[in-house]
Write a protein of this length. Sequence first.
Length: 202
Amino acid sequence: MGVVPVQQALQLAREHDLDLVEVAPMARPPVAKLMDYGKFKYENAQKARDARRNQTNTVIKEMKLRPKIDDHDYETKKGHVVRFLKAGDKVKITIMFRGREQSRPELGVNLLGKLAEDVAEFGYVESAPKLDGRNMLMVLGPTRKKTEARADVKAERDARMAARKANQDAEREEEARLRAAHVPHEKKKRGPADNLDPDIDL
């Protein structure tokens, strides 16, 4: 519309049933738009809600190990680490040294290296092993994004629900078939005509 007096702009807004919204008050002259302000606010709120829904919240899980952990405990802890990585979360691995173990940092380095190799399919070493006081720390990052992991979890859940529903439907059909097979046939009621000799001539 170009530069117009404020009263003319207000008149245009009333004629078109719109709002006169100032979008650049510091400009000379100030810049304004004719728009449906309620719709504008609603659309912005929708965009903000979608952005919050799609943003990935970085979660760091922690797993603590001892340098001389036995094989069974190691496998259990490794399973937890794999589960966290598959869910798209980072994992901080902490090796806790006690007493004379502090003089053998290579034990922690070897254990962390073994763990990193065992879970390489699901995660990578984001932060190499380093000593922090009595502990040794390493951070593993997931190879897949959190959104991808969520999509897979949803797909698995939907597949399980579909399989469960199919099983329930099959069970219902089988029950109905068995009930139909075991229903005794009603005996035909005999009337006076049934007692007559079929060869009689009436």
